[in-house]
Design a protein around this ligand. Structure first.
Ligand SMILES: Nc1ncnc2c1ncn2[C@@H]1O[C@H](COP(=O)(O)OP(=O)(O)OP(=O)(O)O)[C@@H](O)[C@H]1O
Ligand SMILES: [Mg+2]
Length: 395
């Protein structure tokens, strides 16, 4: 099956090459019986991969069973996977088939495989290697023909070092490794996914779909997404349900993004994105330096003897809050700068210099193109045009 039709069939959004590669490998190995280990952070979209493999394999007319190993109590997991004989433990009133028996000829997806107890890992290794298993309470080995696909968001080499996962099982499962990349490494997919979820929820709740302003898209794409696609989906749902205004700007979006430091760290964006953040960093450093100069000038004008206090005490503070205070909040068009109580006597000339610096830097970065520069500055293209005229910038 072609990649595009796979995506359509399984409702997969995105055109990131690393994700595409993962899907391609899934299709390629589908026809074999090799074990597959799918790794990736929580919420990246691992669960669809074993389905793709099964559907594209000669086993597609037989059973596909997905088992969440983390959700089954340790005491019953062997019985669930391998079955048990009548009377083998208290409550075993009947002989019961396990998933390895039921899925004979089909595919068994062991999700959260790192959660399996070590004793179960031994049994699992045996069935993968020899196709044989023994029911709990039995002494007779049975044959089965099951293709095993496993997934985990746990770092298995680390779990092996900690003595929680068997190394031999790891190598056996990892015959074909498939890694699904985290969302922060595919920023180009973020808005595509958001738009898809916005449409889905509009449909589900019978409301018009929400849309993001260009500034909100920039924030969405530079956010770190520690919970990956699952987190993005949940935020799209919350906004779809709660907000009356269907156009979502920066301030509204910010309310829904967690404030904890790991989420706020800007994601590294490939291509233009990394430059974008670095340049912004520089622009806002210039801004703060200029503000400091303004403070000094103000104090000198007022014949004050006390040393001027800096608004930013260190670079660390500046970079630590860059997402929160500078990149996101600053709007040269807003009244914020002027209305700050400490800036009552601020020299209009210095403020003009600040604006000028910002505008020049943004325009330089975008080769004089006003539209992207205005988006970066958080003002409309028309306002930028006016500012250029007002400031008499020879551009
Ligand atoms: N590329 C995508 N296109 C559309 N929806 C996606 C995509 N990737 C993930 N999703 C959706 O995001 C949610 C989380 O994905 P999934 O359950 O596969 O995560 P996971 O990798 O298995 O995470 P965990 O390790 O926590 O189990 C699901 O609702 C899934 O449908
Ligand atoms: Mg999962």
């Amino acid at each position: 099956m072609e990649l595009r039709s796979i995506k359509q069939r399984f409702d997969i959004i995105g055109d990131n090459p690393v994700l595409d590669r993962a899907l391609e490998i899934a299709v390629q190995v589908a026809s074999t019986d090799l074990s597959v280990l799918i790794t990736g952070e929580s919420g990246v979209g691992k669960e669809v991969i074993p389905q793709i493999i099964h559907i594209n394999s000669p086993r597609k007319h037989n059973q596909y069973i997905a088992v969440n190993c983390g959700a089954i109590p340790e005491g019953t997991i062997d019985s669930e996977l391998f079955g048990h004989e009548k009377g083998s433990f208290t409550g075993a009133f009947e002989t019961r088939k396990g998933y390895f028996e039921v899925a004979d000829g089909g595919t068994l997806f062991l999700d959260e495989v790192a959660e399996l107890p070590l004793s179960t890992q031994v049994r699992l290794l045996r069935v993968i290697q020899s196709g044989e298993f023994i029911k709990v309470g039995s002494s007779k080995a049975q044959k089965t023909d099951v293709r095993v696909i496993a997934a985990t968001n746990v770092n298995l080499p680390r779990a092996i070092r900690a003595g929680k996962f068997r190394e031999d099982l790891y190598y056996r499962l990892n015959t074909v490794p498939i890694t699904v990349p985290p969302l922060r490494e595919r920023p180009g997919d973020v808005h595509l996914l958001f738009k898809k979820f916005a449409l889905d929820f509009a449909d589900k709740y019978n409301m018009p779909a929400i849309r993001l302003t260009p500034e909100a898209v920039i924030l969405l794409e530079s956010f770190r997404w520690p919970g990956n696609v699952r987190q993005l989906k949940s935020i799209a749902e919350q906004i779809s349900v709660i907000e009356h205004n269907r156009i979502i700007g920066l301030d509204i979006l910010k309310k829904y993004l967690p404030k904890d430091s790991s989420s706020q760290l800007p994601a590294r964006i490939e291509g233009h994105g990394a430059d974008y953040l670095t340049d912004r960093d520089i622009i806002f450093k210039v801004l703060y330096q200029l503000r400091q100069e303004i403070e000094e000038l103000k104090q000198r004008l007022n014949h004050e003897t006390a040393a001027p206090t800096s608004r930013i005490s260190s670079n660390q503070e500046l970079s630590g809050n860059i997402e929160e205070t500078a990149v996101v909040d600053y709007d040269p068009d807003s009244e914020d700068v002027e209305s700050n109580p400490t800036d009552e006597n601020e020299s209009p000339l210095s403020l003009q210099k600040v604006n000028e610096e910002l505008i020049i830097k943004a325009l330089e970065k975008h080769n004089g193109k006003r539209k992207p520069a205005s988006i970066e500055l958080g003002i409309s293209e028309r306002t930028l045009y006016r500012k250029i005229k007002e400031l008499n910038l020879d551009l």
